[in-house]
Design a binder for this molecule. Structure first.
Ligand SMILES: NC(=O)c1ccc[n+]([C@@H]2O[C@H](COP(=O)([O-])OP(=O)(O)OC[C@H]3O[C@@H](n4cnc5c(N)ncnc54)[C@H](OP(=O)(O)O)[C@@H]3O)[C@@H](O)[C@H]2O)c1
Length: 280
């Protein structure tokens, strides 16, 4: 018999999982924070930090003993991300987890343009096959990361053409996650698309960031060759360059333009727009 909370959250040392953990604590829900470095997990009322790793199935299964509902933040991108996800999902099923809530990506498919979105599809498939109930939160790109795409020279560069992106605020994703985790049965085997209130071109994104920061920011529509070339200044492996460049080609292809009302329906609040987020 364990006295640990039966609701578990991964990723609490990070930006999204930390927000989810704080939302849950704010609702008075006890939670088990699974962390690679438990000392870095946030100190919250009702929260207990437990060591684990996605890649270490034995440790994960032990950390999950007695857990019934699990929030799984996708791992940092790596060549072996899907393998780590599969190991963790298998550990969850073996530990008796009943419902897994996973942060996926809009349009996740085996052939989606955003190469990291294919990892999410493979993970979704593995969760479906596990027999556990699931909820997939298919997030668009986070609005929060868009300012970081602007170079020191004030240029937002990438091959996105005139494509649009319905980026979502991490805070809205966290509020949805908390709503789902508070009443998982209502969201059994559901898939939600989490987007902002509108789809913006990269020219519009650059203008909004420029207005919010007081900088001169503009968008430069690169060719695909230019995009690979401009990113070679950061040493990386081919799969990483493919992920970075396909962030933009997926936008160009229209695969991130869909606007959903799921944030509004699930939280009762309209999702934040980029202007509002940057003003905050
Ligand atoms: N939609 C988007 O725009 C977007 C953008 C960036 C990332 N993402 C995806 O969404 C996830 C959450 O985003 P975020 O902004 O919260 O990222 P973040 O701040 O980097 O946090 C990632 C969290 O996941 C944990 N983690 C990563 N790899 C792990 C592994 N192999 N085993 C166990 N824990 C692991 C990290 O733990 P440690 O503290 O131990 O490292 C951290 O708590 C990311 O991991 C990534 O997969 C989505």
């Amino acid at each position: 018999m364990t006295t640990l909370p039966t609701l578990a959250v991964t990723g609490s040392t990070g930006a999204l999982g930390g927000r989810v953990a704080r939302e849950l604590a704010g609702r008075g829900l006890p939670q088990r924070l699974l962390a690679r470095t438990p000392g870095r997990a946030p100190e919250l009322s009702g929260a207990v930090a437990v060591p684990f790793s996605y890649a270490d199935r034995t440790a994960a299964e032990a950390a999950l003993a007695g857990v019934r509902v699990l929030f799984m933040v996708s791992a940092t991108e790596s060549a072996d991300r899907v393998g780590q996800h599969r190991a963790f999902v298998d550990a969850a099923a073996a530990a008796g987890v009943r419902h897994l809530v996973y942060t996926s990506f809009v349009g996740a498919a085996p052939d989606c343009t955003f190469t990291f979105g294919r990892d999410h599809y493979a993970t979704e498939q593995h969760i479906r096959a596990s027999g556990m109930a699931f909820t997939f939160l298919r997030d668009n790109f986070y609005q929060d990361i868009l300012p970081g795409f602007v170079g020191d020279d004030g240029v937002l560069r990438g091959p996105a053409g005139d494509g649009r992106v319905a980026a979502v605020a991490r805070d809205d994703v966290a509020r949805v996650a908390a709503a789902v985790l508070s009443d998982p049965e209502r969201h059994r085997d559901a898939t939600y698309d989490l987007t902002g209130p509108q789809a913006l071109t990269m020219t519009e994104v650059a203008t909004i960031i420029g207005q919010a920061t007081g900088r001169d920011v503009r968008y430069h529509d690169e060719t695909i060759d230019e995009a690979y070339e401009s990113r070679r200044r950061w040493p990386a492996e081919d799969w990483q360059y493919d992920g970075w460049v396909s962030t933009y080609t997926a936008i160009a292809a229209g695969e991130l333009a869909g606007v959903s009302d799921d944030v509004q329906r699930l939280t009762g609040r309209a999702p934040m727009g980029l202007t509002e987020l940057l003003a905050g």
